[in-house]
Ligand binder design. Structure first.
Ligand code: ZN
Length: 180
């Protein structure tokens, strides 16, 4: 994020929101869109163990950043296929959580945030997992009361999976997806 103005190249030296002292261009804080798939099969949730930073070694739903204009529901399906080798179909929406993905630095580098849309999903093909070792070190299907720890993201993980457990228990894994 801008230590230098993207318009005129002048050093800015403080975090956005800020106007460039040289040309006046305004710089804003931005958040990257991402999505996750909460895949349930026979009462168990698919979780993967992160094989890369940040949050290395923590457990989370298959997830990743949206590719440009990609719809987050499509991202959730694509990431599950890429990370776990599992073809899935999104069936509902749980909610949206924002987390700090990379911390900021001195000298005007803003923290980077990810805004993750969490979708319910079910397997849409065979159930064999084929993990991508560049992203995932382990994976498994877990009962709602036996989710592995620690969860990712560190700040919101517990909250997100508590919300999922509540939706699961209430049978609310299919919702209207009016934007698909
Ligand atoms: Zn400028």
């Amino acid at each position: 994020m801008p230590r230098f103005c993207s318009s005129c190249g002048a050093p800015i030296g403080r975090t956005a929101p800020v106007a460039c002292p040289a040309c006046g261009k305004e710089h804003w804080l931005t958040t990257s869109r991402a999505a996750a798939a909460l895949v349930v099969h026979e009462g168990r949730l698919l979780l993967t163990r992160r094989g890369l930073e940040p949050w290395l070694g923590r457990w989370c739903a298959p997830s990743g950043f949206c590719d440009g204009p990609e719809h987050p529901a499509a991202t959730a399906e694509r990431e599950t296929l890429e990370e776990a080798g599992l073809r899935v179909r999104v069936t509902g929406y749980l909610g949206h959580w924002v987390d700090e993905y990379l911390p900021g630095e001195e000298g005007g580098v803003e923290p980077q945030w990810c805004a993750v849309s969490y979708y319910h999903a079910v397997p849409a093909g065979d159930l064999e997992l084929r993990l991508d070792p560049r992203e995932v070190s382990d994976a498994g299907w877990f009962l709602p009361d036996e989710l592995p720890r620690p969860l990712a993201p560190p700040s919101n993980g517990a909250r997100i999976y508590a919300a999922w457990r509540e939706a699961f228990r209430a049978g609310r894994l299919e919702t209207l997806l009016a934007d698909r």
